[in-house]
Design a protein around this ligand. Structure first.
Ligand SMILES: NC(=O)c1ccc[n+]([C@@H]2O[C@H](COP(=O)([O-])OP(=O)(O)OC[C@H]3O[C@@H](n4cnc5c(N)ncnc54)[C@H](O)[C@@H]3O)[C@@H](O)[C@H]2O)c1
Length: 368
């Protein structure tokens, strides 16, 4: 019997990452095979194409998005993504009012005129009921950094509704053994935490750290400073919301070194919000080390990317891997794709090993 190829996703947080993902799905739907080698790691992932992904439920709390159809909401302010496609067809899916909890930092409510962030007055919906009624197979979490209670709330909802979870932000759920065990008990796959972009600051910094190690150069000091002008960067001006992001980004680099660096010698984090940058993220990396005979060297790098499509290019594979796990009846944390696609997975591997394991998983050679 022909399998149903549609992958029914729900999305929490119709911000920039969701906007890029949904525009990208439409782009590959419209351009099909002509673009199969542009910007994708897999066009056909074990029989699933990007266009097989369909959004069937959406949650947000911003009054500019709640009550709108998904195609309208992804274009609403403060979203500011690079337009991947000009023609987004009308969607039948309406963005529902979610549960605010700790999703909105106070400073966002008071920010200057056009950036001011106001939650909708609508009452929150029953998220589990929405997920069940819309037969959501996989729920993507794109909540702002620091939304710990909200992230737990939606993860609980996914569990209750039998939906898989892809946790794209840095609250540690899939990398927490207790949470992962609950997904495994229920036979529901989960992938997390904190998505690692296609060519972003993390993958480059990790790769260089591994290069130093492999070539025998001792990394003594390093920093990674990032600036951007999207809502994610605005939110991260509130330093009290940043702890898990800092841990996630720092461990992602430390894990690639044979000898982890002293905490005072490694500084990684979002550094400032520059409004006119919009979704353009600029990253500065400096690495100081000592090579043969203890002779010093240093490296400076500047990377400029569009932040949100960069994460969508990875999410598009994670979603399809999650669906493969569902097809195969596998629940719990998917360690291979998590190590490849996430900054803070249950288990860290080198990116080369993680890529190889992911390909084995896709072919069905390893279970997770
Ligand atoms: N390259 C990347 O862009 C990248 C990489 C790694 C991780 N991430 C993480 O992904 C997450 C999403 O990033 P983004 O750029 O789309 O952020 P964003 O601020 O543009 O979007 C977040 C959305 O969540 C909504 N929201 C807030 N509280 C909510 C709640 N309680 N319920 C439902 N919706 C709520 C907001 O209104 C907003 O629309 C962030 O945590 C970010 O750090 C992004």
């Amino acid at each position: 019997m022909e399998r149903d190829r549609k992958i029914r996703i729900g999305v929490v947080g119709i911000g920039n990452c969701a906007a890029s993902l949904l525009q990208g799905i439409e782009h590959y739907r419209q351009n099909g095979k002509d673009e199969e080698h542009l910007g994708l790691m897999h066009y056909d992932l074990a029989g699933y194409l990007p266009s097989d992904i369909e959004i069937v439920a959406a949650f947000d709390i911003d009054r500019r998005k709640v009550g709108k159809t998904v195609d309208q909401a992804i274009q609403a302010k403060p979203n500011c993504v690079y337009p991947i496609t000009q023609s987004i067809p009308g969607s039948a899916v309406t963005v529902r009012m979610g549960h605010i909890l700790d999703g909105v930092s106070d400073h966002m409510r008071q920010y200057p005129p056009h950036r001011t962030f106001l939650p909708s007055d609508e009452p929150p919906v029953d998220v589990v009921e929405e997920l069940v009624n819309n037969r959501v197979e996989i729920l993507l979490n794109y909540l702002p950094v620091g939304s710990q209670q909200a992230a737990y709330y939606y993860a609980e909802s996914a569990l209750a509704a039998g939906a898989g979870l892809i946790n794209c932000m840095p609250v540690f759920i899939v990398s927490s053994p207790a949470w992962a065990a609950r997904f495994e008990e229920k036979g529901i796959p989960c992938v997390g935490d904190d998505i690692k972009s296609q060519i972003g600051a993390t993958i480059i910094h990790r790769t260089l750290a591994r290069l130093f190690t492999d070539r025998g150069v001792r990394l003594d000091k390093t920093y990674q400073l990032n600036t951007g002008g999207n809502t994610d960067f605005l939110n991260m001006l509130n330093r009290s919301r940043l702890e898990s992001k800092r841990i996630s980004k720092t461990e992602a680099v430390q894990s690639q070194l044979d000898r982890p660096m002293d905490a005072e010698n490694i500084h990684i984090g979002p550094s400032d919000y520059v409004p006119w940058q919009n979704d353009n993220k600029v990253c500065f990396i400096r690495m100081e080390g000592r090579g043969f005979g203890g002779v010093p060297m240093d490296l400076e790098l500047r990377l400029s990317v569009q932040d949100s499509p960069n994460s969508a290019g990875v999410a598009i594979d994670v979603i399809r891997c999650c669906r493969l796990a569902r097809d195969r009846g596998i629940g719990g944390a998917l360690t291979s794709i998590a190590a490849f696609a996430m900054k803070h997975p249950p288990q860290q591997f080198s990116d080369t090993d993680a890529k190889q394991m992911t390909e084995q998983f896709i072919k069905g050679e390893i279970p997770r």
